[in-house]
Write a protein that binds this ligand. Structure first.
Ligand SMILES: *Cc1c(COP(=O)(O)O)cnc(C)c1O
Length: 375
């Protein structure tokens, strides 16, 4: 049996080695390392895949979030609502730009933004909402977009964990994650659903004016050579990374299907264990399982974590601390009750190996060891 790992990027590479090697060599042969033709074609290919008007590549998913916020007419002190249960990058950029992050609770079943908490968090200072499509499943965008519309708020979808997922509106319309809000952002970090071989990211929008602003902003705020209209940043997707992504994009749906198949195996296997709650699916979103995350409901998550470590079964706890209790993001007068779900989830969640090359034989072993723990 192959070695068990949380992700297996090496085996995935070997399946497409020839195409990848050729694409990288081509960039080196032409030496167009920055802004080569691969970047332009990837931008177009991804826009077609997502069915969105504009894709602006950048250096990573954190930059994508920061640049998205920079492109909106926000001022220091404006409030940006996001979730308490996410990777820190989502809130970090809000703070960096001197905006005020307002952290809210998530839904207990989907781990995504709580609609009740969202409604309660809106104040006259609120300007934007950042829903995160956590672990590969879309946040409930239709009501979020409705709330945003009623209150005149921007919506930035953090799609770092859910590229390729889709959301179904009540009228039957289907849209890809990241294309529903004012702006969408993603990351091509190697372990994400569409990963490159280094850092990478992108911003999506159907708003042409915002797309124009962002295109200059990622390049020092330059719209005409050596004329600087706004303060920008230097955030580019390398040609080599774009070349790799061009090879991998056509496989994204198959990769997500492989994740779904592995997830279905786990879910079926854990069905009868009463202390394990398997990932919830929703009627409005499919799930592309960036993570396969269980909830351990008998209070023994930490014991299971230690047991799996001893048995050499890779696993991870995303996320062990609620953001509102992190030193960098602590706020005054927090009412812990407002974070009831996050506070419970950080003690219950555990993520299992999940990737495109997971073999049944490997899953059998993982499942057997976990079920033995509960015997
Ligand atoms: C990975 C991730 C990011 C940041 O992406 P990087 O490319 O690592 O900067 C942002 N938000 C979420 C939810 C993520 O999972």
């Amino acid at each position: 049996m192959k070695e068990l790992t949380m992700v297996d990027l090496k085996s995935q590479y070997l399946e497409i080695k020839e195409q990848i090697d050729t694409s990288i060599q081509e960039v080196i042969n032409n030496s167009t390392f920055i802004n080569g033709p691969q970047v332009a074609s990837f931008k177009n290919n991804l826009a077609t895949y997502l069915d969105v008007k504009n894709v602006i590549p950048c250096a990573n998913g954190t930059d994508a979030l920061q640049i998205a916020l920079m492109a909106l007419d926000l001022a220091p002190g404006d409030e940006v609502i996001t979730v308490d249960f996410t990777f820190a990058a989502t809130v970090e950029v809000v703070k960096l730009l001197k905006l005020t992050p307002v952290l809210i609770d998530v839904e207990e079943d989907t781990f995504n933004m709580s609609l009740d908490s969202l409604k309660k968090a809106i104040t006259p200072k609120t300007k934007a909402i950042i829903p995160v499509h956590l672990f590969g499943q879309c946040a409930h965008m239709e009501p979020i977009l409705q709330i945003a519309k009623e209150n005149n708020l921007y919506v930035i979808e953090d799609t770092a964990q859910a590229l390729g997922a889709s959301y179904t509106f009540s009228d039957g319309r289907v849209q890809k994650a990241g294309t529903m809000g004012t702006l969408g952002t993603t990351s091509f970090f190697p372990s994400k659903n569409l990963g490159c071989y280094g850092d990478g990211g992108a911003i999506f929008t159907n708003n042409d004016a915002l797309a124009h602003t962002i295109k200059g902003m990622v390049n020092h705020g330059m719209y005409q050579k050596y004329y600087y209209d706004v303060v920008g940043v230097n955030s580019r997707l390398d040609s080599i990374q774009a070349a790799i992504l061009n090879v991998k994009l056509p496989y994204l749906d198959a990769y997500n299907q492989a994740r779904q198949k592995a997830a279905a195996y786990y879910t079926q296997a854990f069905k009868h264990c009463k202390h394990i709650s398997t990932p919830a699916t929703s009627e409005f979103s499919n799930h592309v399982y960036h993570q396969y995350t269980l909830k351990i409901t008998n209070g023994k998550r930490d014991e299971l974590h230690a047991y799996l470590k001893e048995k050499q079964i890779p696993n991870a706890i995303y996320y062990p601390v609620a953001l509102h209790n992190q030193k960098a993001y602590k706020t005054e007068n927090v009412i812990e009750e407002n974070f009831a779900n996050t506070n419970r989830l950080i003690k219950q969640v555990i993520s299992l190996p999940m990737h495109t090359e997971l073999e049944t034989e490997q899953q059998e072993l993982i499942v057997e060891i976990i079920l033995n723990f509960f015997k």
